[in-house]
Design a protein around this ligand. Structure first.
Ligand code: BGC
Length: 739
């Protein structure tokens, strides 16, 4: 039998670092990295294929613009196709649990809803260009420390609501060719060997029909991984794995059908995405798109009116080495070899018709520091505006290690303080992937601009935004806290002893700051514009007849003097709030471009699922009966209008048995009253019913598993009574249903 299996089994590991094996009639697949631009290694590993370097994924997400993200991804797809790649290893859609995560620049957001929408748009874009997308890193790969072994200890609820939700959305809405299983373990099991995650959930619940590939080197036990649902081990050639697979079948440890099915899935992916005709990408056009995307990602955090810069007037002082030697992308497998790089200094000089002075201001060589600061102060003094570019710099953010700090380098902050002393009109432009702390120094600057790791078009883009040629419309996809110690995962990141406890549960990002009522520097969803928007006339168009998807409408009006784009956001807020729900949860968003004075009527659907929480006892998505506010606004903490909708309870029934507590039995909406009712019948003395109805009993021993009361002769509680209560509740419900 193993002879027949040798061919399919050979498909289950790669041919080398980036190819699968070819078979008669089934082409080999070429895979390449590239979540912000094709990052394909040259055959001799001396570098990478030149490619358009688009804004880092963190910046792309800050556009909150799914159409633009799809356009960027399609361009990356075209470049991949042209270079001969069949599958692009991206997008990277892990949740930013802590801003210290080293791949924060490569991940989209702290919020799964936004991540899912941006991720699906990216997959759609790549696949529209004829290249399969491989969504990674599935799952809970939110840190670099010990990334190849660490166990993310996470509750089922946090797994479902936070860490799996974006993957679920992308699988359901964009049908990616592949999913990449991550290095780490989840609750003790390597994801590559976790059948529940790779098969029961991914394929069974979500209907994924593509192939699962391991992250490079993530397979610990090839046979266990295959059994769990991991089709392709990378990199190849994996001769040892092949032998182990065949031996396991021979020894009856592995069913031959598992090998055949995995090989079939890979064949399907290879037939669909392999050996498609190459295209010739237009690099000039892609560069323009890189500029547009970078401009759309810029977030204007604060502005006292100093921005936009007028084209004419006194000198503009551009300060900071990062304006001349830009930091455009993070490190690791995602980094691309840009076809060209625009610098902010050149960009500003090209668009301003006024003198532009420059000083480097800081250096990695401390010996130069004092003279660089003196020079910068000289340029800034007497200039109309000083624009200071600050950021942690090259090497600060990369795959492979977490960030050491969220602070800007001390030398840069000293420089800023000195510049501020001589020029009140000081603008700071931040150059970073994951967020940096802005408190307390940002209070003293006239404007603060988050420019991200903007890719190769960042220089031109930032010049467009600073001068108002492009009105800023980016929004934070990640909260900027006041302190590192405020971050919800602070106590347990990055864990120790091989485990990282996700003690904050679902309260990641703004969910955590809101729960703790913590002040933040800039909230999730925040971003200013050179114009202002008003929100008016909210209406519930369709309440979803209590269990469908409610539809609301509202008007967004540009009440300022210039054209601009607003990112409207809708958050679900349960009313009243119970302590186990986030205050607000993002449930819809969109971007609308408006001329001055113009308005748009926005119609927005909030999916039923976005009212639900994962219930661990009921093992499913549950909507609690009640009223839910829909908060509509310009950020998670800038709510401009609201409406409410009612939802009726839905979701799987609670499974009650002897191990369920007295409280769980008595508070169950249907079984609780039935239990008291049947107790009255079974024990006419009234002792059992009286016991159950006594509020002190509930307070004192409500948490006792009910079966521990079975031996107590003073009540009639026992298995018999419980099954009668369950039966009674069912009959009662059926009668009600019939009404
Ligand atoms: C990274 C992946 C990447 C792979 C192949 C791994 O180290 O985690 O994101 O796709 O290498 O380069």
């Amino acid at each position: 039998m193993t002879t027949n299996l040798a061919r399919p089994a050979a498909l289950l590991s790669g041919a080398d670092m980036s190819h699968t094996r070819a078979e008669d009639g089934v082409p080999a697949l070429t895979m390449s990295d590239g979540p912000n631009g094709l990052a394909m290694n040259l055959p001799d590993w001396s570098g990478k294929v030149p490619a358009t370097c688009f804004p880092a994924p963190a910046a792309l997400a800050a556009t909150w613009d799914v159409d633009l993200v799809a356009e960027v991804a399609a361009a990356i797809g075209r470049e991949a196709r042209a270079a001969g790649a069949d599958v692009l290893l991206g997008p990277s859609i892990n949740i930013k649990r802590s801003p210290l995560g080293g791949r924060g620049f490569e991940y989209y957001s702290e919020d799964p809803f936004l991540t899912g929408r941006i991720g699906a748009a990216f997959v759609d874009g790549v696949q529209s260009a004829g290249v399969g997308a491989c969504v990674k890193h599935f799952a809970v790969n939110s840190q670099e420390t010990d990334r190849m072994r660490v166990s993310a200890e996470v509750s089922e609820r946090a797994l479902r609501e936070i860490y799996l939700a974006a993957f679920e959305h992308v699988v359901a809405h964009a049908a990616p060719a592949m999913i990449m299983a991550s290095y780490n373990r989840v609750n003790g099991t390597y994801v590559t060997q976790d059948r529940r995650i790779l098969t029961d959930i991914l394929r069974g619940e979500w209907g994924f029909d593509g192939a699962v590939v391991s992250d490079w080197g993530a397979v610990d036990d090839r046979v266990a991984a295959l059994r769990a649902g991991l089709d392709l081990e990378m990199p190849g050639p994996g001769e040892g794995s092949l032998r182990r697979i065949l031996a396991a079948v021979e020894d009856d440890e592995l069913d031959a059908s598992v090998v055949v099915e995995a090989a079939d899935r890979l064949r399907r992916v290879a037939t669909t995405w392999g050996a498609r005709p190459a295209s010739t990408p237009d690099h000039e056009e892609h560069h323009r798109l890189a500029v547009n995307a970078a401009a759309a990602s810029v977030v204007l955090l604060s502005n006292d009116g100093v921005l936009p810069l007028a084209p004419t007037g006194g000198q503009i002082a551009v300060i900071g080495q990062l304006a001349r030697t830009p930091h455009i992308q993070g490190g690791g497998s995602a980094s691309a070899a840009p076809t060209r790089v625009d610098t902010p200094l050149d960009g500003l000089r090209a668009v301003l018709e006024r003198p532009v002075g420059f000083a480097a201001g800081y250096s990695t060589d401390p010996a130069l520091q004092e003279s660089l600061v003196d020079e910068a102060v000289r340029v800034a003094r007497g200039s109309d505006v000083a624009v200071v570019f600050l950021g942690p710099g090259e090497g600060s953010e990369s795959e492979g290690y977490d960030r050491a700090s969220l602070e800007l380098p001390a030398a840069q902050l000293d420089l800023l303080a000195r510049i501020r002393e001589v020029n009140e009109r000081t603008v700071v432009v931040l150059v970073n992937g994951g967020i940096v702390l802005t408190a307390p120094w940002s209070d003293g600057v006239a404007a603060l601009v988050e420019g991200w790791l903007p890719g190769q078009g960042g220089g031109a883009a930032i010049a467009q935004v600073l001068t108002g040629a492009v009105n800023p419309s980016g929004r934070l996809a990640e909260t900027i806290p006041l302190r590192l110690s405020d971050t919800p995962a602070f106590a347990s990141f990055p864990g120790h002893g091989g485990r990282v406890f996700h003690g904050e549960g679902i309260f990641v990002g703004y969910r955590g700051y809101d729960l703790a009522e913590r002040e933040v520097a800039f909230p999730f969803g925040h971003g200013l514009s050179y114009t202002q928007f008003a929100y008016e006339d909210v209406l519930v168009i369709d309440d979803g007849a209590q269990s469908g998807d409610p539809v609301i409408e509202f008007t967004v009006r540009n009440v300022g003097a210039v054209a601009g784009a607003e990112v409207w956001q809708v958050y679900v807020r349960p009313e009243p709030l119970t302590e186990d729900r986030p205050v607000r949860t993002l449930a819809a968003f969109g971007k609308v471009h408006l001329e001055p004075g113009a308005s748009a009527r926005i119609r927005s659907t909030v999916a039923s699922r976005d009212f639900a929480r994962w219930d661990e006892r009921r093992d499913g998505w549950v909507v609690d009966d009640g009223t839910y506010a829909l908060d509509i606004g310009a950020s998670s903490r800038d709510i401009r209008t609201e409406t409410t909708v009612r939802r009726v309870a839905s979701g799987p029934r609670t499974v009650l048995d002897g191990r369920s507590t007295l409280r769980e039995w008595l508070t169950d909406p249907s079984v609780g009253t039935s239990l008291v009712h049947v107790a009255q019948d079974a024990d006419p003395s009234g002792a059992t019913a009286g016991f159950l109805a006594n509020p002190t009993i509930l307070t004192m021993i409500g948490d006792l598993p009910i079966e521990r009361l079975f031996d107590d002769p003073s009540t009639a509680l026992g298995p018999d009574l419980l099954s009668r209560a369950l039966q009674h509740a069912t009959v009662h419900e059926e009668q009600n249903d019939g009404l």
